[in-house]
Structures are given as C-alpha cells and as structure tokens.
Design a protein around this ligand. Structure first.
Ligand code: GLN
Length: 504
C-alpha cells in the first residue's frame, strides 16, 4: 500500500507544499486504494477519477508557477452524496434521484474547489440521510472497515468508512441527528457537527432544515479543524448562516494539542450514559475521563432532565420537516418519474406512482409520520409539543454550560452492530442516536473522537459538546484528549483495525 494514503491531511499538505510529492500522485494513490478495497467496503456511490486528477494537475501547475495556495490545496476529499456537485451524479442514496446531475455546486463544494481539494467521488449514505447504518441506502450498504460484517454507522457511513479505510484523507458528512458523529464513533475516526449556521446549507439536499449541518469526517482532530476552516463562514445564500467571522479552528487544534487542561471544567451528562450503554462503551468512556482527570481537568456530573424527551421530540420534528422538504420529489420537476400502470396519467397518479416506487420504506415511514404530526388537529399535540421540548433542551444546555466549559458523553450507546441487527426494528435503530440528537435540537457543536476499543475489539467514540459558536473549544479540548490517548496507545487507534486486503 502506498505510504501516501497513510498520511493525515495535515501531513499530506506539508508533503505537497514541500514539493516532495505532487497532488496528481497523491490523488492517484487514493484512487488506486479505492479501486483495491471499495469492492468490499462500498464507501463510494460514484468515483470521479478524471475530474479529481484534472483538479490535482491544476493545483500542481499552480504550485509550479509559484502561486500562493490554500494550505490544503491538492489534498483529495470525498463528499457525501447528499451534497450537490455540479456535473457529478448526486442521489442522496435514493432511487428518486438515480442518475441526477446537478446544474450547480453547494457552497461548501465551491469552497473545496476554490481551495484546490480534488473531489474523489460521492459517498454512500442512508436514503435522504435517514438512518444509522447505511442499510437504508437504495444502492446497498457500506461495510465497516473494522469488520465487513458490521455497519459503518449512518447516515454518513460512506464518508466515515472511506476515511477509516484510507480511501480518502478527508470527507464531508452531514449531521441532522448524529450522522457525522455516530459513524465516526463506530469506525474509529473523528467527526464534527459544527454549530448550526457555521457551514452553509446551500446545496445540501435538505432532510430537516432546522437540524441539518454539514461538517468534517477525518482521522485526526487537526484535520477536522483544517477542513472546517475551508468550508465554514458566512454565505449570503443561506439565510441561517452565521454572519460573524469564525476564528481559525486549525490554530485552536494546534494550541490544544499540547495545551494545559488544568482548570478545564468537564461535565459528564448523567442522562447520556449508564443504562442502555454497553459496558465496553462505558469502560472506554471512563478511561478517557481518567486521562482528562490526570491531565488536570475537573470532572463533574451535570444533569439535563429534558434529554429524556429528546429522542421523541426529534422523531416528530425531523419527520415533520422531512415530509415538507421531500414533497418536491413528485415526478414533475426532476428526478424519477413513473407513469401509472393503467388509466390516465393525471398529475396525482404520476406523483403517487413515482413516490411509491422511488422512496424506500424508511423514507415513507417518516413522510407518513411527519404528515400526520403536521395535520390539522394534531399539530399542537405533536409538532407543537415537540417544539416546546426543544426549548427545554436548549435551557438544559444553557444551565449546564454555566457550570462547565464542555459536556461529554459516549457518542453512541453501542459499537458497530452486525448487518440486520436493527433493520426490522426502527425504534432500536433510532435509539442509537440518543446521545447525539440533543446537540442538533439545540444547534450546538459536537465532536466525536475515538476513546479506544471496547471489549469486542471495536472502536468507541467520545463526544464533546460546547456552547453555540464555541466550535474552537471543541477543537482545543479534542486535540488535547487525542494527544493524551495517543501517548497511552503509542500509535493511532486505526492502526489496530484488521488490515483490509488489497485486490480481493
Ligand atoms: N440516525 C439519525 C436519523 O436517522 C440521524 C440522521 C442524520 O443525522 N442525518 O435521523
């Protein structure tokens, strides 16, 4: 295997800047890796070799001409298939958009292109980002590089698996209820859900607009910070985009990596642990807490009583918004169109035939649930109540952050589960998001980084949450914890993943 694919994005960027290797070589090394292992992993729905190599060649030419380049210029990246990319098929994991080629780029894609990051391709995901395992993808699941019989998390399992399998040093995910952080947790990688409004939503295929946020999937905290610096910042095309300039997250991560944790107040959320969390997950979480304590942090327990209703509120708000956002897939404008079998092709019958054939079971389940929750007579009882719970959760966070600097929990209650384990039981699947959902409901940022292995030999994620707009704090504390754990382990956790054989 080429050593180039083992480098972190920061290391690869330094190697490129020093002229030791070209972007074409680095991009080709990743394309070769994809060719070798993606038949097994299935992280990608679509690989854009020619375009990626052309972008890489353009960066190499600019570097040779002495132009000033972005620090990540030439480092290739994978993009979740829910993000629209001009000229590249974008399906959101659905048959509804099979073969659809968007006529424009999402803002974050424009920023990747401007910074000179070659786009390797589009990654697999649960259909319209609904799920925690990628088993709801219309194109078949992604497999976890740690164990090909297990799920890579979801909905962004493709992005996390691509990074974990060294198919890409960087990837983009989206997190509406945990779809960046939970896949990071179960693949031993790092994932960040930025503050709501930190990264433009323009050009994301919307799931639940008040919850959706795009963010980085990487192998290190610094790499996530570097990527966040590229994709973040104000965008006039997104009315919820934060107007103020963000600090350098990479600086925060670099300072944190060797920073002092003395006096840092860390709150362990009582409601996000204990019963329902696997013993191996709890043990790994506790080991990370011990490392923080040994480094001088003060660990206190914090209660957030409304979190017990977070999952229920989320599964009313998300389907409500999704039922509205997905109304546009009607066979009339773009995407799939199915003519009814017999009789007149009235608009209503075409819509019904199209939506019946184009959406999978999980998407239909949520559209029905959301339409019901929003219907006259039920609105106050369901959607209205859920919005009230959302306010209570925001207040719990506000009160908690008066006592502590960051809140922590395991990212997910379990390690990667085998395929099929929760597929027929939607509630069991939803429970996997119990620790990640509160952050989305409150709009605050969260990071998941590996805390070690469970007793089953599979990775466990450690979640850190900070107040809104304090994403820099996550990078600082995250990098500090990463350094402490790395000192203990002696080598990155991913190096302990069973080797994926090349060319099987
Ligand atoms: N697993 C969650 C869900 O199914 C999260 C989805 C997401 O973040 N896109 O809704």
């Amino acid at each position: 295997m080429s050593e180039l694919i083992r480098l972190t994005a920061a290391e690869l960027a330094a190697t490129l800047a020093a002229g030791e290797v070209s972007s074409v070589e680095a991009t080709q090394a990743h394309l070769d890796r994809i060719g070798a292992v993606d038949g097994d992993v299935h992280a990608f729905l679509n690989v854009s070799d020619a375009e990626a190599l052309a972008s890489a060649a353009a960066v190499d030419a600019a570097r040779a001409a002495g132009e000033t380049l972005h620090p990540l210029a030439g480092v290739p990246i994978a993009v979740k298939d829910v993000v629209v990319t001009k000229g590249q098929v974008t399906t959101a994991g659905s048959k509804m958009l099979e073969g659809w080629v968007p006529p424009y780029d999402a803002t974050l894609v424009t920023r990747l292109r401007e910074a000179g990051l070659p786009i390797l391709g589009k990654t697999n995901m649960d259909e319209f980002a609904m799920g925690s395992s990628t088993e709801h993808s219309a194109y078949g699941p992604t497999r976890n590089p740690w164990d090909l019989g297990r799920i890579p998390g979801g909905s962004g399992g493709g992005s996390a698996a691509a990074v974990a399998a060294y198919e890409a040093p960087l990837a983009i995910g989206t997190d509406t209820g945990g779809s960046i952080r939970q896949p990071a947790a179960v693949t031993g990688t790092v994932g960040v859900k930025p503050t709501y409004g930190s990264v433009s939503r323009y050009g994301l295929i919307a799931l639940a607009s008040s919850l959706d946020q795009a963010g980085p999937c990487t192998r290190t905290v610094l790499d996530s910070a570097l990527l966040h610096d590229v994709i973040g910042g104000h965008d006039p095309r997104d009315s919820t985009s934060l107007p103020e300039a963000a600090p350098s997250y990479a600086d925060a991560a670099r300072a944190g990596a060797h920073g002092d944790l003395k006096g840092l107040r860390v709150g362990v959320v009582t409601e996000l642990g204990g019963e329902g969390y696997e013993p191996g997950v709890r043990a790994s979480f506790q080991a990370a807490l011990d490392a923080l304590t040994a480094a001088g942090a003060d660990i206190v327990e914090v209660t957030c009583p409304s979190f017990s209703a977070a999952l229920a509120a989320y599964y009313l708000i998300l389907p409500s918004e999704a039922s509205s956002n997905l109304a546009k897939f009607d066979g009339m404008r773009y995407g799939l169109r199915v003519e009814p079998g017999e009789g007149a092709a009235t608009a209503e019958r075409v819509m019904s035939a199209t939506r019946g054939a184009g959406f999978g079971d999980e998407v239909k389940r949520r559209i029905i649930l959301g339409t019901y929750a929003l219907s006259a007579g039920y609105y106050d009882a369901y959607y209205g109540s859920a919005q009230k719970v959302r306010t209570l959760i925001q207040r719990d966070f506000a009160a908690a952050f008066e006592q502590v600097d960051v809140l922590v929990s395991p990212t997910a209650p379990t390690t990667a589960f085998p395929f099929g384990a929760k597929l027929d039981d939607p509630l069991a699947m939803y429970l996997n998001d119990v620790a990640t959902i509160p952050a989305n409901l409150a709009g605050i940022p969260g990071i998941s980084l590996p805390s070690g292995l469970s007793d089953d030999g599979l990775p466990v994620g450690f979640q850190i949450l900070a107040p809104a707009r304090q994403d820099a704090r996550l990078y600082g504390v995250g990098a500090a914890l990463e350094t402490l754990l790395l000192d203990d382990w002696g080598a990155p956790l991913l190096s302990r993943a069973p080797k994926l054989e090349v060319s099987r």
